[in-house]
Design a protein around this ligand. Structure first.
Ligand SMILES: [Zn+2]
Length: 422
């Protein structure tokens, strides 16, 4: 099994930065300092059938040769002055980069039984160390059947310093799921984009509020993702949470790239692109290649609004219909959209109830960390901004609050505000 695992090991990942240790990886300690502090090893991504996971070394001597040791159990054998944590079932060589980092990217075999443990540690050859070697901490994870997990940043870019802030923040939630944020310095809407990687297709949700080179960023992410795995670059498919201007401005950039598929934004275009039969009650499933994504029609905020459910991460992408901020129900009275929105939220509840749901992720943040307190409309800085991620509890609360409001009314909750407009 591990031989097949290692045959899929493909060396350095495109994002070589040290990534946060995250569930399901546990730190076993037992590092060995070299000339300086001991290097560290972090695990990233879960051990799920046919899913990519990553081991990331930080703090190694720049340019040093290193050995990633992988085993199916802990050995804890004395080695040099340290401890060899895994049984050395497999050893993969690498070299630390100029910043002392290295990554190993591998695909967990589908044949591995649930509960199979993977123990890892990296040993570094250091010319300057007393015994010419250092070692990271050991880490361990077990193969799991649940959703693939990932990590969120503690703080997104929020306009703290527009001279130095990047225009697009790129965050790998896990090795196959990117979250991008447009800087509030470029547009007060500061929308989020989601990039879901499959082996045949990469799916981008939304293209932003304009003034950023999103296509360049996204196409290079997709190309690097494929190159690190030695697979052909998947086709980029661009869809929209809905048709409002702050979610579609980058479309022309993508339309200009041969081979990129860009969905239209009208109800008709969205219906035909996905094949809703009929819109909006049908649920359409996209196959990205090893990744299934369900598409739901959820009009209310806007007539062509959709939600995406990523089965691999059990994540629901809700666009402007549910996020930590002002949930505008446009035309709530004048166009009868109050009831349309209610019906859509009920559809989301009914769809997710029998399914795992790790996170509910929308396309803006407008709430502060003070419950119920939002930033002024059009604010150009968001100090003390609330986290992006919401949960099933928020979806159920939204549904319950809407049920309690027979006619359009403003309703402030700790993490979102129901906000009918005319
Ligand atoms: Zn909108």
């Amino acid at each position: 099994m591990l031989l097949r695992l290692v045959s899929a090991c493909l060396g350095l990942a495109p994002f070589a930065a040290a990534l946060p240790q995250e569930y399901p990886w546990q730190d076993l300690g037992l590092s060995l300092p070299g000339a300086g502090a001991a290097p560290t090893l972090s695990g990233f991504g879960g051990l799920h059938p046919d899913a990519w996971f990553q081991l990331s070394v930080a703090g190694a001597q720049p340019g040093a040769p290193l050995f990633h040791v992988l085993g199916l159990a802990q050995a804890s054998l004395p080695l040099f002055a340290g401890t060899l944590v895994p049984f050395p079932d497999v050893v993969v060589t690498g070299v630390a980069d100029g910043a002392g980092r290295a990554s190993l990217l591998a695909k967990w075999p589908a044949s591995a039984p649930l509960g199979t443990q993977l123990v890892a540690q990296t040993w570094v050859l250091e010319a300057a160390a007393p015994i010419a070697v250092s070692a990271t901490n050991g880490i361990v994870a077990a193969a799991a059947s649940g959703p693939e997990w990932g990590a969120f940043p503690d703080q997104w870019i929020w306009g703290q310093n527009c001279q130095s802030e990047v225009k697009i923040q790129v965050h790998a939630y896990n090795p196959d799921f990117y979250i991008l944020r447009q800087s509030i310095c470029t547009n007060f809407e500061a929308p989020f984009f989601y990039l879901l990687m499959g082996e045949q297709k990469a799916l981008l949700l939304d293209t932003g509020a304009g003034g950023i080179q999103l296509a360049t960023t996204v196409t290079s992410l997709v190309a690097q993702w494929a190159a690190a795995r030695s697979i052909p670059t998947p086709q980029l498919v661009v869809v929209h949470s809905h048709a409002h201007g702050d979610h579609v401005q980058g479309d022309s950039q993508f339309n200009a790239i041969p081979g990129v598929q860009v969905a239209g934004t009208s109800v008709n275009a969205v219906t035909n692109f996905f094949g809703f039969a009929p819109w909006p009650t049908d649920v359409v499933t996209l196959d990205l290649g090893g990744r299934l994504v369900d598409v739901l029609g959820i009009p209310g905020h806007q007539a062509a609004h959709i939600a995406l459910y990523d089965r691999r991460t059990a994540t629901l992408l809700t666009g402007d219909s549910l996020y930590p901020g002002r949930l505008y129900v446009n035309g709530a009275s004048s166009q009868g959209n109050w009831n349309v929105f209610k019906t859509s939220v009920q559809r989301l509840v009914d769809f997710t109830n029998p399914r795992p749901l790790a996170w509910v992720l929308g396309t803006h943040i407008e709430m502060s960390n003070n419950p119920g307190v939002n930033f002024p409309i059009g604010a150009r800085v968001h100090p003390n901004e609330r986290r992006l991620e919401l949960t099933r509890a928020h979806l159920l609360l939204l549904d319950a609050e809407l049920d309690a409001l027979p006619t359009p009314a403003l309703k402030v909750t700790p993490d979102f505000i129901i906000y009918p407009i005319n």
